[in-house]
Design a protein around this ligand. Sequence first.
Ligand code: CAA
Length: 379
Amino acid sequence: MSLSDFQEIRDMVQKFAEAEVAPLAHDIDKNQQIPAELIAKLGENGLLGSYIPEEYGGAGMDYTSYSLIVEELSKACASTGVLVSAHTSLCVWPILAFGTEEQKKKYLPRLASGEHIGCFALSEPGAGSDAGSLTTFAEDKGDHYEITGMKNWITNGREADIAIVFAKTTKTPNYKGISAFIVETATEGYSIVKIEDKLGIKGSSTAQLAFDSVKVPKENLLGDYEKGFRVAMATLDGGRIGIASQALGIARAAFEYARKYTTERIQFGAPLSNLQGVQFMLADMSTKIAASKLLIYEASRLKDEKKNYTKESAHAKLFAAEASMWIATKAVQLCGGNGYTKEYPVERYFRDAKITEIYEGTSEVQRIVIAANEIKEVQ
Ligand code: CAA
């Protein structure tokens, strides 16, 4: 794809986000829910199936285009951005990458249209950063498996019709023995225990899920038997680009708001932007945004070219998330007392930015991944 193709996609999403998403963002945050009509519109406009090939009902775009979509949606509303990100990177992608032809034909068209929303169920009460220590168990019952256990912090948990679920098929203390499954959430024994009340991304549902002998047909094993941890790790490599894009979208929104505010707010007889201290803050915000873009687009390019991008996606997630939190903090500071109130959106950007340093691998996990890959290169 050419640069003008990317610009065209960005313009299209920007237009959609400004007209359909941004006006709802305040209420989405306040009501802790993304309206079903907005999710339907995301589907109608191809934004839930951007990365799905046309043969399965999607728009057949590449990962770079998908990253731009998440960035622009997140600039308007970070909750809406992550709904699309978790759906695409964490549910669509593993089916595309590891699914059988039957699984792709069965699930991808519904996920492309938005008829079905996807989620990714890896984390558990006792298995967060140490994902390999999960204890949810899938018992082999001959023609099907029965999954029993708990899953925590599941983005899209309230909306999801399809969940990519990780469970042990052999009881081991580490990642060995984990298999991945496609689970339809309407199956008996699957339930939502609670929806978390969070600091930010309040419109995005974060659920605790219970699995009580949930029957899963044998053909819903995703990828090779007991190679599920690799499915999870490879999926998160791509997911981290999505979250980096979300962080960038929030950062751009915070920066643009604060920049405008400083040119309009008069103190000591002149706009705040006349003060060099303020200009230096704006310059640092702008530079961090530019650097985040380069890291994200580079990781996306490597993924599109089917090269290894584990380290680069961790670079992008680590840097963009920390930059986003820093920029949102400065944006509140630049808007002063106004910025601390709910009348101004920078307060929401500040709360939304924090999660990008936590989910799909904390900043500390990204540093583990980067260091491990750097060391591997000289061994
Ligand atoms: N791609 C494919 N395979 C990979 C891989 C990758 N990027 N990274 C590791 N693996 C494979 C390894 O090759 C190894 O497999 P083999 O033994 O078969 O060769 C296996 O995975 C174990 O690798 P490690 O020894 O490196 O694994 P570890 O147990 O030390 O874990 C870790 C390393 C990086 C800390 C990992 O556990 C991790 O990423 N933790 C964070 C989990 C995470 O991001 N959770 C977020 C969940 S999603 C979420 O936030 C909620 C949501 O809904 C958005």
